[in-house]
Design a protein. Structure first.
Length: 527
């Protein structure tokens, strides 16, 4: 390769020599390895390779149809490798073959792959008459914006599934995540995609100086801003002592009725003891207790006996409701005081499709195949009334999020009554020792940074954690370990984050600004 243009030419020549089957295999492999950039591996070079391959193949594709299939193929590998852990949940159900879980992951990946497919279509359409050598910088800018806009659509359409957004690849660095307090994880994603494709840009001599300076400023700016924010020390609310309990009860041991009493005793025992002295609030995870505590005052009285005077216990439980003559079940949280009284009840409102309810368009199919018992034991959960902020005795106002609800950027607080901290109770036992629980924890940390609010997280089998308002993990219990965390409650940050005020509007504004700059570049370098 005698010069930079020949490098780009050689890439084009290699593409032309490849058979279509080989091209699709390359794209599939690129999608598969891209998952290595996310938690818990954080291998950033995988993202460099993957996004570069997808971009090159998109630009060199013949027409929009081929571009869509290229993006679809890449997306299937990207999501299948990143979401394989969902298939582990099938191993818990003895009546369902294990392979069925991975069939479901494949079907989910086919749907999610539509978004990378559309990304390729849009990029190819915008640059259908442009040279990869002359307009490479413009092409990369377009791809960076469009990829993240499609991630935003993925996060909101059909209830949304914003898992493994590109900005999460910085999860290994508290400092690099801090800019999400301004523009959220979607905004960070735009800069991340650009950084990942910088090595390709450097192949073009015309871009080298500008791209080198821009990338250095960008990476240094993100890090220094984060480093500056992290100079703040974690402070704690006075007279609050939390005890977060992780009993590490396996999924198969939780639901059989013969274990309900034993599991309750386990949680109560772990909540007491010499270290418990001075504890004001005890936190148990999602569906820690299977009894319908809202209907059982005597059992609430039993639980309250473990509390010190003025204490409160939070726990997840399946709430049965027969009030209107019909039977409904909710995935709920209850707060019980030292008198056995209900301080608050929250019903999960953002349910997991196929996990907590079966959408109508697939319900008939799954029942016909005999898979209905896999999902919530054949019983659909009902949807709660939406996010709420609760005033619990002895605590600042708290927003409650059950499991999956924490993954939605900009959708974790009641907009009419903002809390001072977030409580996330979850059960990741379905997914075993996989990347799923670790990715879930990372998303929880980013919500703390975006909102400037601490998050207390109790997970049945891990990873439980106390997270401050800068996303730093103050204390945690590892996956598949039994233990407790005794901690104070961190304060929220003093100045409300820009992201918590404007949500996705800053990300949209950045997208518009980059697009305007890109239009100028396209006109300047188009003959």
């Amino acid at each position: 390769m005698a010069n930079s243009n020949l490098s780009l030419d050689s890439i084009s020549d290699y593409y032309d020599r490849c058979s279509q089957i080989k091209k699709y295999l390359i794209l599939l492999c690129a999608g598969l390895i891209s998952a290595l950039a996310f938690a818990p591996v954080y291998f950033f070079p995988a993202l460099i390779i993957a996004y570069t391959v997808l971009l090159i193949f998109t630009i060199l594709s013949i027409g929009l149809k081929q571009a869509f299939y290229y993006g679809l193929t890449f997306g299937f590998g990207h999501f299948f490798a990143g979401l394989y852990w969902i298939g582990n949940s099938f191993a818990v159900e003895p009546s369902i073959p294990d392979f069925a879980g991975y069939v479901l992951v494949a079907l989910l990946s086919c749907y999610l792959a539509i978004f990378p497919g559309l990304t390729s279509v849009v990029v190819r359409y915008i640059h259908k008459n442009h040279s990869i050598k002359r307009q490479l910088l413009s092409i990369v800018l377009t791809f960076s914006v469009v990829w993240n806009i499609m991630e935003w659509f993925r996060g909101v359409l059909f209830t949304g599934f914003p898992w493994n957004l590109t900005g999460y690849v910085w999860g290994f660095s508290d400092a690099m995540l801090q800019s999400t307090s301004i523009w959220g994880v979607y905004g960070l994603g735009i800069f991340t995609v650009f950084i990942a494709i910088v090595p390709l840009l450097l192949l073009n001599r015309a871009n080298r100086i500008v791209v080198s300076i821009l990338s250095i400023i960008l990476i240094a700016g993100l890090y220094l801003y984060g480093h500056f924010r992290l100079n703040q020390q974690t402070e704690y609310v006075k007279d609050i002592n939390l005890r977060v309990v992780q009993a590490n009860i396996k999924q198969e041991d939780k639901w059989p009725s013969r274990n309900w009493g034993k599991n309750l005793i386990t949680y109560m025992t772990m909540s007491e003891g010499i270290e418990q002295s001075g504890t004001t609030h005890v936190i148990w995870p999602e569906t820690a207790i299977i009894y319908s505590l809202s209907e059982e005052p005597l059992r609430r009285q039993v639980i309250s006996k473990m509390l010190e005077k003025g204490g409160v216990v939070f726990t997840g439980f399946p709430r049965r409701d027969r009030s209107d003559g019909s039977f409904k079940i909710y995935n709920s949280m209850i707060a019980i005081n030292d008198q056995g009284e209900m301080e608050a009840i929250y019903d999960k409102s953002h349910l997991v499709p196929l996990g907590e309810y079966i959408p109508s368009f697939v319900k008939t199919l799954f029942i016909a195949l005999g898979f209905d018992q896999l999902f919530s034991g054949g019983q659909n959960f009902s949807e709660g009334d939406g996010l709420k902020t609760f005033n619990i005795k002895g605590l600042p106002p708290v927003g409650v999020l059950i499991c999956y609800e924490i993954i939605f950027p900009g959708q974790v607080t009641d907009p009419s009554n903002r809390p001072d901290w977030l409580l996330n109770i979850t059960n990741d036992a379905w997914y075993g020792n996989s990347s799923g629980p670790r990715q879930h924890l990372l998303q929880t940390r980013v919500r703390a940074i975006e909102e400037g609010l601490p998050v207390i997280r109790s997970a049945g089998t891990g990873i439980s954690a106390v997270i401050d308002a800068y996303g730093r993990i103050i204390d945690h219990i590892d996956l598949n370990k039994r233990g407790v965390i005794n901690s104070g409650l961190p304060y929220k940050i003093k100045q409300t984050t820009l992201y918590s005020i404007y949500k996705q509007w800053i990300f949209m504004l950045i997208s518009v600004i980059i697009s305007i700059v890109n239009i100028v570049l396209i006109r300047r370098f188009t003959p």
